[in-house]
Design a protein around this ligand. Sequence first.
Ligand SMILES: [Zn+2]
Length: 483
Amino acid sequence: MTHGKRLTRRALMRGAAALGTAALVPQRLLAQQAARNAPALPARGELLIRGATVLTMDPAVPDLAAGDVHVRDGTIVAVAPRIEAPAAQVIDGAGMIAIPGFIDTHFHLWNALFRIFIRADVPALGYFPVTARLGPLMAPEDSYRSVRLGAAEALAAGVTTVHNWAHNTRSPEHADAELSGMREMGIRGRFAYGTPVGMADDAPMDLAGLARVKKDWMPDPEGLLTLGICSRNLGALTIGGSAAAASRGVLTVEQIKRDWDGARALGLPITMHTSGASPVTELERAGLLGPDVQLVHPLLNTPEEVLILKARGVSYSTSPQLEARRAAALGEIQLGELLAGGVKVSLSTDHMASISCDPFASMRILFALHAHRIGTKVPLTLKRLLQLATIDGAVDLGIAERTGSLTPGKRADLALVRTTDVNTAPAGDPYEAIVSFAMPPNVDTVIVDGRVLRRGGKFTACDHGRIVAEARDAALALRDKAK
Ligand SMILES: [Zn+2]
């Protein structure tokens, strides 16, 4: 945290204005925000996106080859071929595709700053050894800077909701720091409160810390931020070697049950990696699976386990870009099996320490892997891929009544993607454009909860240069600390 600055009443009020929900935020947190001088988020106003191709992802709201989206006070008011809204600020959507913002359902924002060290082709400099070595040295300020770096890149790629999988929550102050970073960036998200890298397997989660964060940060269940837990693994971790297993925990089913029971007593959802032999049968025997559980990396499930996942309403998040880097022995992405079995599936980046945040590439790679593996047996449309990356992510995170589609009455989370750039022009089928051609630099405008956070491919409020510089400084200081 930043210390040593005197906080005037005016500075506190500026912090409150930046948050827009001053009455709901503890004074202690306002003080932290004011001390950092974070720029205020843009105000919510009345917007009219004019003449875009609109892909709604809502079967009840038809796609439009050219149409308008009207937004007021953070809510989508209407989606129609032509809307008159004389008081609205007009955003010209010609040559652009309007889509719901991407929903990234598993993203470790805390280690974004380690991209400066990681080498995909040098095992000692891989993601697991680097995070295991430097993760335990992180101070809350490091977590804050990493979260801001990650959230900035996610927003630039059109991600409007992120499930921040914080499996290095070292203290209550680290949780506050990550949540401050998310809130200051204006992104929607779930904070999955975890345990510190390197914590003993028999040590329980900090349930008192969880309860405190719920009270301090989520007094409004309809707010931008929600809370859950990220669980340590059940059974041996088979990726990343012994360093990963030692640092991330390998718990017994009794230890898992203890943590999950504590989360459920607080009404919080649960997420867990399944990187290795599938834990689904053992979790089912222990009576632990339910619709409040999200699993990550669907690679090694048996047909019987697919039936269990469907029956219990469990969601599965796939991170195709990084799953595709794993050895074949660690499994293949079972998208076809899960979709055919009626299991809820969503899409995720995992982390950006060794790849960039690119939901377009995630859809593209998933499509290619699926076609390569079982595409002739289980058809997969481009529209279905965009659903996985948007509305199905909202279903996974339990916020589909609020976001995930361009539906009147939902909050205004959306992105405009240019079809006039060198890699997208001339425009043809809009789903083809989104899945096969588009990349993050084509994302022109990003709106979260009615706030225009990116316009013309640039941030409207946040100082990206400063975010990068602060993340870089933090990473280099951690390397010095680690010697
Ligand atoms: Zn992960």
